[in-house]
Design a protein around this ligand. Structure first.
Ligand SMILES: C[C@@](CO)(OP(=O)(O)O)[C@H](O)COP(=O)(O)OP(=O)(O)OC[C@H]1O[C@@H](n2ccc(N)nc2=O)[C@H](O)[C@@H]1O
Ligand SMILES: Nc1ncnc2c1ncn2[C@@H]1O[C@H](COP(=O)(O)OP(=O)(O)O)[C@@H](O)[C@H]1O
Length: 281
């Protein structure tokens, strides 16, 4: 095999509670992840000179800082591998949207190059490497909808309904670090069990802070709330609502103003990356 094309799906945080802050500044979370059947696409081609070359036009992200390049180099170092890769990114997911585009690109790179370079590192090693790139990378490496605890690395797979979602993309990019360093953020939600979450749901503790700082996001939530119960994903800025079928989601999408782009996608308990790789069924 000398080339490979793979998806990098988005995720939603269906709820996100903040339990506390660790001495290193990272926050202890409880969050429920589900994937979307919508995402970026990455094309990988083999190079025999050891170079990693990424073709991607992401404003404000230099080549060597791109999570794709960082993931590829990390994998090379971990495996002591001498081959390189040409990688092309087809970006569809909004950046800083709380739907995990960068983390998913990194996970697809780890799994894609593990396959292309024939490394066979295994899911545990790849998830550990992923965690060093970002708190959200392990869930994309494992590919199962999950209740996440700690900073996102303790994952309990869940089987939940797979509704259709309308995801609205306000014209703002939210920095995760900015929200987590906010003085107004509440950090004292009591720990709950996965069972309670599945029975009773939850909320997003970041939402009040994000709504206060970003009027565009508050307005998007107010608008979507007229049709369906709307919520922020991650630290935003995307907001979403769930529908029993695609037609109902499309009907609401058609009523959004042009200033508020959005997309409709099916929720999925198994990531489309893993469905394509055939690693999970
Ligand atoms: C909170 C979530 C929910 O999915 O937000 P989104 O980024 O998707 O909106 C994620 O866990 C984010 O994961 P990820 O985007 O990979 O974050 P990282 O790069 O590891 O961290 C970015 C910054 O956010 C803060 N951070 C992140 C995760 C965490 N549990 N506590 C934190 O305090 C830290 O200041 C860190 O420097
Ligand atoms: N391949 C990539 N795709 C998107 N963002 C990237 C990528 N590599 C690095 N980044 C950086 O990571 C930041 C967060 O990206 P993203 O994952 O899209 O948002 P979020 O964590 O809110 O879901 C971006 O603003 C960008 O600076």
């Amino acid at each position: 095999m000398t080339s490979l094309s793979l998806p990098a799906p988005a995720k939603l945080n269906l709820m996100l509670h903040i339990l506390g802050r660790r001495p290193d500044g990272y926050h202890e979370l409880q969050t429920l992840f589900q994937f979307l059947d919508h995402g970026d696409t990455l094309d990988f081609g083999l190079r025999d000179d050891g170079e990693i070359r990424l073709e991607a036009d992401l404003p404000g992200v230099p080549h060597d800082s791109n999570l794709i390049v960082r993931a590829a180099r990390l994998l090379q170092a971990e495996a002591g591998h001498r081959a390189g890769a040409n990688i092309r990114l087809h970006k569809r997911l909004p950046m800083g949207g709380g739907i995990g585009g960068g983390s998913s690109d990194a996970a697809t790179t780890l799994l894609g190059l593990d396959r292309l370079w024939n490394l066979g590192l295994g899911e545990d090693r790849l998830a550990r490497l992923g965690l060093s790139l970002g708190a959200d990378v392990p869930v994309f490496v494992r590919g199962r909808a999950a209740f996440a605890e700690g900073v996102g690395e303790h994952l309990t797979p869940v089987e939940i309904e797979e509704p259709w979602y309308l995801i609205v993309v306000p014209p703002v990019s939210v920095s995760t670090a900015e929200i987590f360093s906010s003085a107004e953020l509440t950090r004292d939600s009591p720990a709950i069990t996965v069972r309670t979450v599945l029975e009773q749901g939850g909320r997003n503790d970041c939402q009040p802070v994000v709504e206060k700082r970003y009027p565009e996001i508050r307005n998007a939530l107010m608008l979507l709330n007229k049709f369906v119960s709307a919520r922020l994903t991650g630290t935003g800025g995307c907001v979403f609502g769930a529908f029993p079928n695609k037609t109902e989601a499309d009907t609401v999408a058609a009523q959004l103003p042009e200033s508020l782009p959005g997309f409709v996608a099916r929720g999925s308990n198994i990531s489309m990356l893993h469905r394509q790789l055939g690693t999970l069924t």
